[in-house]
Design a protein around this ligand. Sequence first.
Ligand code: SF4
Ligand code: MG
Length: 318
Amino acid sequence: MALLTVSGLGVTIGTLSPLDDVSFEAHKGEILGLVGESGSGKSLTAMAVMGLLGRIGGRVSSGSILFDGQELVGLRDSSYRRLRGKRIALISQNPMTSLDPIVRIGAQIDQVSLLHLRLSKPAAKARSIDLMQQLRIPDAETLHRAYPHQLSGGMKQRIVIAMALAADPDLIIADEPTTALDVTIQAQIIQIMVDLVRARDLALILITHDMGVVAQACNRVVVLYAGRVAETNTTQAIFASPCHPYTASLIGCIPSRDQAEGTLLGIPGTVPGVLNYPKGCRFHPRCGDAMQVCARTVPPTTAQPTGSVACHLHEVVT
Ligand code: SF4
Ligand code: MG
């Protein structure tokens, strides 16, 4: 059974509807990639699941978010606060948004288990050092007393992962966790997360625009485009025979490190903003396979052997 089932999720911010009919499942022991260019709705989806839309003046306007059998849509703030950090943890792109620069890193990790697991101070410290060692942080005892600025970017991100793990969550959402790091460190951090998911039977939603990261880490992939799901499939199928033209172009142009997020080699144009979502298939202005129907009618989502796709090319003609 899925740990998280998102179905027909719509999000509004004021009069805008940036997310529309988003559905996917996340399972324990699995890394689910949430993929797409900047502006496709990946982070917004994460915020909806985390119950954080209120911070940007947004709300869930339709659909359901079932977590371990519990409906999260409409959940009270106080209940959400108990869930966040404890059962669902977030790892953000920039470790400095999660780390307090003037508090020793050990104290910051300890704080999570003091709060959520109600451990004693010595037990919390022992747990933090153990977690740091599991994340292959050298000399964890010493670094427990260090301040964030004394660590490299890769080490800081490991500390953020340790904080996310400290309450022993079931689901971790990692939003572009390695984007700020260089390629070698990025690969190490991704490998650490792959190992953690296996060892702890976690569910991990990995948000990324980097198909190289998807290939390295993910079991299944949800491809978002302009606030809708273009394709859901196994990583193997996505790379072997992508169903959606957008997925195909994402794979055709794995971006280089120094290329800005939001641009893709080979796909002209950019993701349309929420004010300019095209009618019909939102990808049609950039799609080399577009037909007349594509500009008029939203493509239905149809089942595929290992996933599903929303594209008129795959529509079953009756
Ligand atoms: Fe391209 Fe049409 Fe499929 Fe959209 S529905 S991806 S425009 S072929
Ligand atoms: Mg984002």
